[in-house]
Design a protein around this ligand. Sequence first.
Ligand SMILES: NC(=O)c1ccc[n+]([C@@H]2O[C@H](COP(=O)([O-])OP(=O)(O)OC[C@H]3O[C@@H](n4cnc5c(N)ncnc54)[C@H](O)[C@@H]3O)[C@@H](O)[C@H]2O)c1
Ligand SMILES: [Zn+2]
Length: 370
Amino acid sequence: MAHFNVKLVSYISRMKNSPLILDTKPVSYFIGEGALSHSSKVLENFTRFIILFDENVRTHCLPILREKVPAVAMSDVICIESGENKKNLDQAVYIWNELTRLNVDRDALIINLGGGVITDIGGFAAATFKRGIQFVNFPTTVLGMVDAAIGGKTGIDFEHFKNQVGLFVDPVSVIIDPIFLDTLEDKQWQSGFAEILKYGLIIDRDLWRILYGKKYREIGDLNKVIIKAARDKIDIVKHDFKEKGIRKNLNFGHTIGHAFESHFLLSGHPVTHGQAIAAGMICEAWLSCQLFEFDPSQLDEIVEMIDANFQRLDVNESHIPQLLNLMRQDKKVRHGKLNFSLLKKIGKALHNVEVLPSLVVDSIKYYINT
Ligand SMILES: NC(=O)c1ccc[n+]([C@@H]2O[C@H](COP(=O)([O-])OP(=O)(O)OC[C@H]3O[C@@H](n4cnc5c(N)ncnc54)[C@H](O)[C@@H]3O)[C@@H](O)[C@H]2O)c1
Ligand SMILES: [Zn+2]
């Protein structure tokens, strides 16, 4: 069992009304309103750009990028189809074909403009093409901005397994500008919000205090919240890129949450990642209460906040055996043991906590019956 809760990234510069700039080698981050305008600092080292996006991003975000970042306005583009089920080998092959057709060489920079699907598959395609082309991430979803674009995990789904093929490779830079979020669908906001709540719970009590009592579309100072959440992830992955220790804390809510996500996908009624993780966080906060001195009033606070933002999932006790089976198939399960990242208190997590299946069952019953 290990725990950790410390800010590791040095503060580089933040002028009033300008984005936060973190030059944490090898990745530089520009975070917050105005970040797009600062991206020229990164781009000036390159002479050729290829922009990758999906059809929704082409409509809503590409015009903004072209207007705010003139250096890339005339660049070659690759458009792929949107959706998690398109984060696959066929689309990676399509990107490699396009890069070949466009005579892209290793001096070029790939610009991944989009949500987590684009930054995952775009990073993977770039890192494998001609043994590696550099790339930058311009996330356009809440989830992308606070999670997927940061931390160097790239990849594709394969044979029905999520993120089965991929590699850890950092982008040159991540440029996080909330300017893109105006057009995001409601359910995507909600999904990203679950991850923001998670940072509050595992590492950032101050963030939890800011969010507590709010609804996901009424956060107030969104810029500040995105900056805080993104920085929380940067702090964690900077210290543990390959997920040997503290990075596992990011899995809070995910062991049971992923099982919910797969269960509803298999049943033909998919829920968003955030909806599943929100439910998983209720179960795993309850587990934290059973196993540690986690304060029950904090559990009530978490349940109240999640219920105010997410509908309960339609699960009943007959689903529990399948949920347990799904948990056992999870990549994070080693030697058949169910491993969790749990909470010691709000703002502090622990990882590598082994939990008996019977207690996991009880945590799902708690979710169903409260
Ligand atoms: N690499 C990591 O560390 C990491 C972490 C978390 C999640 N992920 C991955 O991220 C993916 C999910 O990412 P996501 O939730 O961003 O989904 P997504 O990329 O599928 O985007 C969601 C939808 O929003 C659309 N969209 C994107 N930006 C928009 C905008 N500004 N306006 C309007 N529509 C827009 C997209 O076209 C898509 O239809 C999953 O594949 C997951 O595995 C990766
Ligand atoms: Zn997640």
